[in-house]
Design a protein around this ligand. Structure first.
Ligand code: GCV
Length: 714
């Protein structure tokens, strides 16, 4: 069967011809298929306003109208057709609240990206102060479909909670000998480069920008945070390649950012040092940054991974990370740029025999003492957990420790540790939990408030803008964008949660389903939605069940990180251990007897995590080394929990595969999507069984404790 992009259209509905002049892209339309614009395209729409982003809005509306028979007008007088005889159904209006005073009473300013939506006497209006707001208003209309055209709709204003909603690509220019074209990429090659050269595929890139804008993303860092020799040149003699990307993404209100190497003054500038306090180094960054802005006036800024996993950084000069970040912040400040400085700093050459070193402590130990020392345009980019994007980790203690620093929360959409886009693993619920976590206890602000802009932010001592959400992208040149077609939902959810972090992840999934799939006009109209929810809603917890237990993490094959290998990292320098022996398992991170990591949290979390009894089950082995017979809050022992969850996880995957088969069998999914998803579900089941069998066998052999239910363990 053809494994191409397909049209994602359901059976049983005749679609109008492709409008003349439009070249169909050979990629899946993801959450913005033409059909999602049906409600807009069949109406008479007037767009009022000017400028490049308004042009984007207009061209979207025109395309929809060409397909569905509506009329798109630009300018003119509201409420009247060109000949004065056809009233408008929809008005998208920029900066002229006065003109729509009847619909939208004057209210709070909408800001750079906000919009108000209202309907009165059968006319729907979107009004924005700035062009970007109009663009986001258009996508809100798309999400609402026919519901946007109720005759009456009280005005409702939408503003993003986070100012910067960013996607980080880990794309390499050259194919890296180990990591390939995209580090931890599971969706084919890069959208930007191929074999050391720019791809120059503006149609596909524009389509990507459109999808990102459609879920609210407004910034893309284009290259890998591990900046290898060739990639470093994007800052200087290969800057034109970044400028080309910026040109393509700009019509969708997306600014480009660039990962840079801290050693650039040496490797590119020929200086003998990259010492952040050296005047020559400061001058080099200032001059280079001036050149960047001369080429890309709306450039977003730099992303830096320093002193981490072999990347150069300020430690080489006896300087700290505030010195390093402020060097770049100073160079960017005159142009309004920001530096995203990553807090992912740890010793990856640890001696596994040394029980006093704890990788989980590293970010806090390095950064907490520097709180308040970072410039205003320096954003500290913190992975959501203290380790490395595991399926389950506590929220990073850095977030509570740095109230005087702008913090961005980093999540991994690319599924390095969550099934590598071969497994269904909808991560919306994980991110939602992280964003809803209250680092200072139940009465304090949540992580989402820390990352948000004024209006949302309310954490103690925090008078400034939050740093937003950064999502490591899962997209590539795969015809479905993300390898696993259902992994598209993760990218969509990351953007939506950055815009509105209190959205319910199930509701986000609903939006994604509604936009992405067009159900058949025959059969049970609700089957598609119900089935996809059944397959995806709980898929993160299912993944957690059949992999490493109770928050202990890793147990993956070293290097590529796919599939089980319980002791794979146990005697390595990477600091990712579980310490299982015949008596028990887990990492003692208590203050009393362990590494002291639990003490990096403020109360009540420090006390809760410190205590074996208080610690939530799902994090028990992250914080404690316990005997296999330890009784969990669930009433089960640790060892029985391991057996039970592993068997259950496999059953859940088996069930998901059945649900999918029933769905596809009902003709509700495009055959190309079906083929790809089935192939992935088969692999997921194989892999889940392998996890189950290896984990259960390992712990049976270690502990000698049989399964209470006598199930087969090898
Ligand atoms: C880009 C993990 C990944 C690395 C990644 C690193 C990071 O360690 O395995 O591939 O490097 O995180 O976030 O910098």
């Amino acid at each position: 069967m053809n494994d191409g992009p397909g049209s994602s259209r359901g059976a049983g509905r005749a679609e109008p011809e492709q409008p003349e002049g439009q070249r169909p892209l050979d990629v899946h339309p993801a959450w913005l298929p033409p059909e999602a614009f049906r409600a807009i395209g069949s109406r008479r729409t007037r767009v009022l306003g000017d400028g490049p982003l308004v042009e984007t809005v207009l061209s979207e509306v025109r395309e929809a109208c060409a397909r569905y028979g509506g009329v798109a007008r630009h300018g003119g007088v509201m409420g009247h057709g060109a000949t004065g005889d056809e009233p408008d159904d929809l008005i998208l209006v920029l900066s002229t609240v006065d003109a729509v005073r009847d619909f939208v009473p004057a209210g709070q300013p909408l800001g750079e990206e906000g919009f108000t939506l209202a309907a009165r006497s059968g006319v729907t209006v979107v009004v924005a102060d700035r062009p970007a707001g109009l663009l986001y208003g258009l996508f809100e209309l798309v999400r609402l479909g026919e519901a946007a055209f109720r005759p009456e709709r009280a005005p409702e204003s939408h503003r993003p909670a986070m100012r910067r909603r960013m996607v980080d690509q880990w794309d390499n220019v050259d194919v890296h000998p180990v990591m390939g074209q995209v580090e931890r990429g599971y969706a084919g090659g890069s959208l930007f480069w191929r074999d050391g050269k720019p791809r120059r595929d503006p149609d596909r890139l524009r389509a990507y920008g459109r999808l990102l804008a459609g879920c609210g993303v407004n910034a893309v860092s284009v290259n890998n945070v591990n900046v290898h020799a060739t990639e470093a040149h994007l800052l200087t003699d290969r800057l034109a390649e970044v400028a080309e990307i910026a040109d393509v993404l700009r019509p969708y209100h997306i600014r480009v950012h660039l990962s840079v190497s801290f050693a650039s003054p040496i490797t590119l500038g020929g200086l003998p040092t990259a010492d952040p306090l050296d005047e020559r180094v400061r001058a080099w960054w200032a001059g280079t940054t001036r050149q960047v802005y001369a080429t890309i006036p709306d450039f977003g800024g730099y992303v830096v991974k320093a002193d981490s996993e072999g990347q150069p950084g300020p430690f080489a000069y006896g300087r700290n990370h505030a010195d390093g970040a402020n060097l770049l912040a100073a160079a960017l400040a005159p142009y309004g740029g920001v530096v995203h400085w990553r807090a992912f700093v740890y010793n990856h050459r640890q001696d596994w025999r040394d029980r006093s070193t704890d990788r989980a402590r590293a970010a806090y130990d390095h950064f907490a003492p520097l709180d308040g020392q970072f410039h205003d345009n320096a954003i500290l980019q913190v992975k959501y957990g203290p380790m490395d994007f595991q399926a389950r980790e506590p929220v990073s203690p850095v977030i509570a420790a740095m109230p005087a620093t702008r913090l961005a929360v980093e999540v991994q959409v690319t599924q390095e540790y969550t099934g590598q886009q071969r497994h269904v693993c909808y991560l919306g619920p994980q991110w939602s939990e992280v964003l809803g976590f209250r680092p200072w206890g139940p009465d304090g602000p949540a992580v989402r408030d820390v990352a948000a802009s004024p209006g949302g932010a309310a954490s103690p001592g925090r008078a400034h803008d939050g740093g937003g959400l950064v999502a490591v992208s899962n997209a590539g040149d795969d015809p479905f964008w993300t390898g696993h077609p259902l992994a598209q939902a993760n990218l969509y959810a990351a953007g939506r949660l950055a815009w509105a972090p209190d959205l319910d992840p199930t509701a986000i999934l609903d939006e994604w389903i509604e936009l992405t799939f067009t159900p058949s006009s025959t059969g049970d109209p609700d089957l598609l939605r119900r089935s996809l929810h059944e397959v995806m809603d709980g898929s993160w917890r299912t993944y957690e069940r059949y992999t490493a237990p109770l928050g202990v993490g890793f147990m993956v094959r070293p290097g590529h990180h796919y599939g089980p290998d319980v002791d794979g990292y146990e005697y390595t320098p990477w600091g990712t251990y579980h310490f299982a022996d015949r008596d028990g398992i887990g990492v003692d991170r208590t203050v009393a007897t362990g590494t002291g990591f639990a003490g990096q949290y403020p109360p009540p979390w420090s006390q809760l995590y410190e205590s074996r009894q208080g610690c939530p089950d799902e994090l028990l082995l992250f914080f404690h080394h316990v005997p296999y017979g330890h009784v969990l809050h669930s009433g089960s022992t640790v060892i029985q929990h391991i057996y039970d969850t592993h068997f259950a996880g496999v059953e859940e995957v088996r069930r998901a595969r059945q649900v999918w088969e029933r769905l596809a069998g009902a003709g509700l999914v495009d055959p190309a999507v079906d083929t790809r998803v089935r192939e992935r579900l088969d692999e997921q089941l194989r892999c889940a069984e392998e996890w189950c069998d290896q984990l259960n066998a390992y712990f049976l052999r270690k502990s000698g404790v049989p399964d209470a239910h006598g199930r087969p363990i090898y």
